[in-house]
Structures are given as structure tokens and as C-alpha cells.
Design a protein around this ligand. Structure first.
Ligand code: IVH
Length: 670
């Protein structure tokens, strides 16, 4: 294509893209499929890469680069999704009650109390009984269309029970339980992903995923509390409304109560304040709603909130306790972590006796001292935390707390590296580090050796039987049988489990080594890139940095680990014991060589949902492709997952083929 033709086509493409942008973002009426739209963008990008002089400031490819891509479609609510006024104590609640009673001219009002679930408000539209749309609240008037994500919530029926014709709109709250939140964060921690601050954020983050398969993997629940235009369904009260929702097969708000008087409302508030801690989902208050729908119309709304309902908010739970002592534990990498040992106190349904103080900076900031009276709470109703010191109760003799200058376990002088918050024990043979390190080595994410718990590890290390992970492979059943509480049978079973672990994949072995700053995800990436332990040992920092997620700090810490004689010795002994040191299936299988993949250069970027990036790379390589960590002119295909960033932009700018995960998997199967 000559430059004149290219200029003409570029103009055409820009106007086509602009028209489709408007249809999609403004008019909510797209005419073409996403992939056809992407093809337009790509065609333009390739022209712009061939003729950089045609790259003008109004190019949609420039807009794409800096900003997130168009996300969800907008959804305008049939009627605004209002919020609620709050009552922060009983006198504010009574004020609300008084105003309603006065306005209606009656003092015998009936109420429905419902827990105020701490989640995300959504509106659902069913047409002729079938779920048509799910949308977030947004600014109350316009929300986001999250239908594909909402549909993944198992408890939500896609079809209503019974014969329901026309449009039914219902509203409610999408939530995540405390347990599911904790589990999600645990797995994110293992794969070095950022943690969610609380269950509400986790629910919101999961629901607003562009890839609904990610939403599907999160455990969300939904509870409905509102049926719009309820009168059309012969419903006259809130109580009937909740029953009607249930008749339609919808999960309605639970733990609700009908209250005939203000006293009954207050009794419910007191009861729920206790019971809410047993509820799997966080609730920070109770919504008190006038039962009679026609009286609600009489009361009406202010600009922001209805006058017929109020959210009673429980004060954040803070209790006084006392710092009895500060214990310092030593972690796998030698980090000394201070923990406050507290006078037992009941908080959000459990007895709390310990709270992490994190590090010296945190202790200094709060000026926490042994013997101090303190206020504690549970962050996100889960993690105990010392909020602040009650200075009035401080004794004159108290002194600022300093983390000991020596390791509490081995006595080695502790060090604090520049730029780090943590103080560390530098002694590689510190028994505490050794025990934690062995615990990590045998854990599920690493060598997955069943039957070795902390007590057994303590015995093995204290008796000097195990001095490094490699020693596990020289254990004999007789050695174990001598230990406390080890029966012959379980000794043999354990030896069998240790033997089996020799075949774990290379990524698990690398993870098991316990290299600082290298978690499971990085370990898998390292295994898939270097394919053998020797290549990893020999890699310099530049070669390591090619891997996505390995910056200079991680690269330096891998190089430092491999530079230490005793670490290389452990690896050698593991190898001699027969532990796998190669990435299986690494060599390309000629029978699987695919015509398309063969010899092509692939780059994977962003979060994939069906597999890890390392697995996807392995798959592409098994078909004859080459994979790389960086995008260049020589790259043939970039497979972009969620939150793909710079590499995606570069691929677009260079006019390289960009696939989503689905396309990749389709081509693999071809
Ligand atoms: S009724 C106009 N009932 O609280 C009435 N809201 O502060 C609108 N919420 O946006 C809401 N549980 O996200 C209602 N049982 C409940 C609720 C509830 C939680 C949330 C909802 C709403 C916010 C208002």
C-alpha cells in the first residue's frame, strides 16, 4: 500500500472507529462485535507503524495506550438507586421514628428490620421470567452492565419460578463471606498478587472483572431486598415483598424481623449486634424499613434518600486491652516479627490474645510499649490490630519498645538492611529459620510432603538429624521411629511421601528453596524460562530480568541466593538424592508440532484465567513456538490476558497480532 492509499484508509478507519465508539459508549447500541472492532484498531495500528507520519494525535491507538480500555457498557436505571440516611445511635433512630410518625399522623407504625449487608448494591432485570440484565448502582442513575458476571453467581436463578410475564426488576446486595475472603487472599498471597482490604472490596473487585470467568472462580453470594413496582404484584408491605421474592425463587434478605413497635426494633438492634458476628457475611448495621408501602409513598424521599427507611450503624467495635508482652518470632527468611500478647478480649465474636505489630516503624508510629493500655479492633472484622495506646493509663516507668538487637532464637546480631522495614537474623543456620524453611519446603505449594508438621520438624532439627532440606532425603524409617509419637507405620508412610516428592515439577523445587522475594508464581515462571536448575544457577541478573515480574530486586535476590556456597550445596545434594531438576515436557514433542505455532515468537502478558502464564508458555513451546518476555518487531503474536499493560500497548503500536486467551486456546486445539 502506498502512502496515499494508506492515508485514505487510515482516515476511513478512524471515522469507523469513532462511530463505533459512540454507538458503544454513548448510545449503548453497538453494531459490531468486539473482535471486529479490535480488528479495525489493529489495522490502523499496522498502518501507523508502517507510516509513522500518519500517527496523529486523534488516533484511537494513542488514547488506548494511556487509559484503560472501554470497560463495561453503561446501564441507566429505570428509577434511581437511592442510598440511605444513617442513624449512628439510638437517639438518632428515635428522631427518625418521631419524624415519620408525626408526618403520617400515627404512632402505631410497623417496621421490618434487615441486616445491612456489607457488599455491593445491584439491580437485576428479568424479562418474561428470564434474567436479562444485571447492573451496578454506579452513581445511582447510571451504573455498569455486569450481566455476564452476575450470571456466574450460583445462587441466583437465571429463570424465575412460576409464570412471570413482563419486566421484573429486583435489587439487592452482592457479598463475599469472611471465610471465602480469607481463602481468596491466602491464595493471592501465594501467587504474589495484591491482597483485598476487606470482603466488600473483594466482592466489588470480583464483580467488576472484565473477564467473567474470573468472577466465576470467586465465591459470591447475592441477597435481594427490593422488588420494584411491587404494587403490580399485589404486594402491600415490605414483609410480603420479601416473601414474594422468595416465591419467585430469589435468595431474599435473611435474618429479617417484623417489628410492631419501636421497642421491638431496638430489641432487634441489640440482638443482632451479638448475632451478626456468627453471620458468615459482614454486616455493619441494620436497615429499618417502614412496612406499609402506601405509607412509604406518603412519606416520599429527599433528593438522596427515602424518608421511610434508615440505616442504623453499629459503632466500629473497639475494645480496651493491655499489652502483656511483645513476642518476637523469626520467619523463614530471618525476619523478626513482633507480636503483641494481649489481655484476652472479645471482639467480633472471638477471643483475641495476639495482634501483629508488623515492624519497628509501626511500633514507633503508635509508640506501643509493654504494659500499655491499648484500643484494639479487628480490621475488616477479621484481623486483630492494635489501634492506639491509651496514654492516660501509661505507667511512668514504661520505656519505648525496641525489637531486640539479637535474634531471639540463635542470638546472632540482627540487621536492618537499608530501605527495608524488617529487621533480620542473618544467620543462615539459625534453628528458627531452618525450621520455618523446612516447613516451607514440605508445604503443599512446594514438595507437598504429607505427614511432616512443625512438631516433627522441631524434633528433627533440634536433634541435628536434619540440617538442611536435602537431609530429608537421607531419613530412614529407623531414624523416625526413635522420635516421640512416631509409630512404625506412620514412619514408613512418611518415607514413602518423601520418596514421591522427588518427582515434583521444577517450579515446586525452586519454590521450595525459599529464595527471598520468590513466591510460587515467580518460581513457576523461572522453571518455564530456564527449564533446568543448572541454567537458573548460571543465569545472570540481566537474563533473570527478562521474566515478567522479575525486577532488579528479585533478580538480585536470586543471584545472591545462587551465589552462596551452602545453597548450591543443598541443591547438589537434592540432585544426588534424585530430586527432579528439569522441567518436564520441556523439549518440544515433534509429533505435536503445529504448522501455525512452529517457529513463531510468542509473548504472553497479563493475567490469564484458564492457566498460569508459565503453563501457557509451555503449551505454546510444546507446539514448536518460541516464547519471550519482551515484545519486539520480531514477535509474531502477543497473547494478552487481564490487565495487560505496556506489552499490549507496544504490540498494538507495532501492529503485532494480539490474541485473547480464548483465541489462543482455539488455535492450540486446531
Ligand atoms: S435498602 C432505598 N436494604 O446499603 C432503599 N439497602 O446505604 C435502598 N444495603 O445502597 C436500600 N443491605 O447497598 C437496603 N437490607 C438492605 C440493605 C441495603 C445493604 C446497602 C445497599 C444500599 C446501601 C444504602
Amino acid at each position: 500500500m502506498g502512502i496515499d492509499e494508506a492515508r485514505k484508509r487510515a482516515l476511513e478507519l478512524k471515522s469507523l472507529i469513532a462511530r463505533n465508539d459512540r454507538l458503544y459508549y454513548v448510545l449503548d447500541a453497538p453494531e459490531i462485535e468486539d473482535h471486529a472492532y479490535d480488528a479495525l484498531l489493529r489495522e490502523l495500528a499496522s498502518i501507523e507503524s508502517d507510516y509513522p507520519e500518519l500517527l496523529s494525535p486523534d488516533s484511537p491507538n494513542i488514547r488506548v495506550r494511556g487509559e484503560p480500555r472501554g470497560e463495561f457498557r453503561k446501564f441507566t436505571h429505570a428509577s434511581p438507586m437511592q442510598s440511605l440516611d444513617n442513624a449512628l445511635d439510638l437517639s438518632e433512630l428515635r428522631g427518625f421514628y418521631g419524624r415519620a410518625a408525626k408526618s403520617i399522623g400515627r404512632d402505631d407504625l410497623e417496621w421490618v428490620c434487615e441486616p445491612k449487608l456489607d457488599g455491593l448494591a445491584v439491580s437485576l432485570v428479568y424479562r418474561d421470567g428470564v434474567l436479562e440484565t444485571g447492573a451496578t448502582r454506579g452513581d445511582g442513575t447510571v451504573g455498569e452492565d455486569i450481566t455476564r458476571n452476575i450470571r456466574t453467581i450460583r445462587s441466583l436463578p437465571l429463570k424465575l419460578l412460576g409464570e412471570v410475564s413482563g419486566v421484573v426488576e429486583v435489587r439487592g446486595e452482592v457479598c463475599m463471606s469472611r471465610d471465602d475472603f480469607a481463602e481468596l487472599n491466602r491464595s493471592r498471597e501465594e501467587s504474589e498478587e495484591p491482597l483485598f482490604a476487606n470482603p466488600r472490596n473483594a466482592a466489588a473487585g470480583s464483580l467488576r472483572q472484565l473477564d467473567h470467568r474470573v468472577t466465576a472462580s470467586r465465591k459470591l453470594s447475592i441477597f435481594l431486598y427490593q422488588l420494584m413496582d411491587a404494587a403490580n404484584f399485589g404486594v402491600r408491605t415490605q414483609w410480603e415483598m420479601l416473601l414474594r421474592l422468595e416465591e419467585m425463587g430469589l435468595p431474599a434478605q435473611r435474618s429479617r424481623r417484623f417489628c410492631g413497635t419501636l421497642e421491638e426494633v431496638e430489641a432487634y438492634l441489640a440482638e443482632w449486634d451479638e448475632a451478626r458476628h456468627e453471620n458468615p457475611i459482614n454486616t455493619d448495621g441494620v436497615v429499618v424499613k417502614l412496612n406499609d408501602l402506601s405509607l412509604r409513598t406518603e412519606l416520599g424521599s429527599t433528593a438522596k434518600a427515602p424518608r421511610w427507611a434508615i440505616a442504623f450503624k453499629y459503632p466500629p467495635e473497639e475494645k480496651r486491652s493491655k499489652i502483656l508482652d511483645i513476642a518476637v518470632s523469626v520467619g523463614r527468611t530471618g525476619t523478626l516479627t513482633p507480636t503483641a500478647l494481649l489481655e484476652p478480649v472479645r471482639l467480633s465474636g472471638t477471643t483475641v490474645q495476639r495482634a501483629s505489630l508488623h515492624n519497628q516503624d509501626e511500633i514507633d508510629r503508635k509508640d506501643v510499649r509493654i504494659g500499655d493500655a491499648v484500643w484494639v479492633h479487628k480490621a475488616g472484622e477479621i484481623i486483630p490490630e492494635v489501634l492506639r495506646v491509651d496514654l492516660e493509663g501509661r505507667s511512668a516507668e514504661s520505656v519505648p519498645y525496641k525489637i531486640p538487637g539479637n535474634c531471639p532464637v540463635c542470638g546472632a546480631p540482627a540487621v536492618r538492611l537499608p530501605g527495608e522495614a524488617a529487621v533480620r537474623c542473618p544467620n543462615k543456620s539459625c534453628p528458627a529459620q531452618l525450621q520455618e524453611g523446612i516447613g516451607h519446603f514440605v508445604s503443599r505449594q512446594c514438595m507437598d510432603i504429607d505427614g511432616i508438621g512443625p512438631k516433627l520438624i522441631a524434633q528433627l532439627t533440634e536433634r541435628g538429624i536434619v540440617k538442611c532440606a536435602a537431609d530429608l532425603y537421607s531419613l530412614r524409617a529407623e531414624d523416625l521411629a526413635e522420635l516421640d509419637r512416631m509409630a512404625e507405620k506412620s514412619s514408613e508412610k512418611l518415607i514413602g511421601a518423601i520418596e514421591d516428592s522427588k518427582m515434583r515439577p521444577l517450579g515446586a523445587v525452586i519454590n521450595g528453596l525459599g529464595i527471598r522475594n520468590v513466591g510460587r508464581k515467580t518460581a513457576l515462571d523461572l522453571a518455564s524460562r530456564f527449564r533446568g536448575m543448572d541454567k537458573l544457577i548460571a543465569a545472570n541478573e540481566d537474563e533473570l530480568s527478562v521474566i515478567e515480574g522479575v525486577g532488579p530486586v528479585v533478580a538480585a535476590s536470586i543471584a545472591a541466593f545462587m551465589g552462596e556456597e551452602h545453597n548450591r550445596m543443598t541443591i547438589e545434594r537434592l540432585r544426588e538424592a534424585g530430586v527432579n531438576m528439569e522441567e518436564a515436557g520441556g523439549a518440544e514433542d515433534p509429533s505435536k508440532r503445529s504448522e501455525f505455532f512452529s517457529g513463531k515468537k510468542f509473548v504472553f502478558t497479563g493475567e490469564l484465567s484458564m492457566m498460569t502464564r508459565a503453563e501457557a508458555e509451555k503449551l505454546a513451546e510444546s507446539l514448536g513456538a518460541k516464547t519471550s518476555g519482551s515484545v519486539s518487531k520480531k514477535t509474531d503474536v502477543v497473547v494478552a490476558g487481564l490487565n495487560a499493560g505496556g506489552k499490549y500497548d507496544r504490540a498494538v503500536a507495532l501492529g503485532i497480532d494480539v490474541w485473547d486467551e480464548e483465541t489462543f486456546l482455539k488455535r492450540v486445539k486446531e
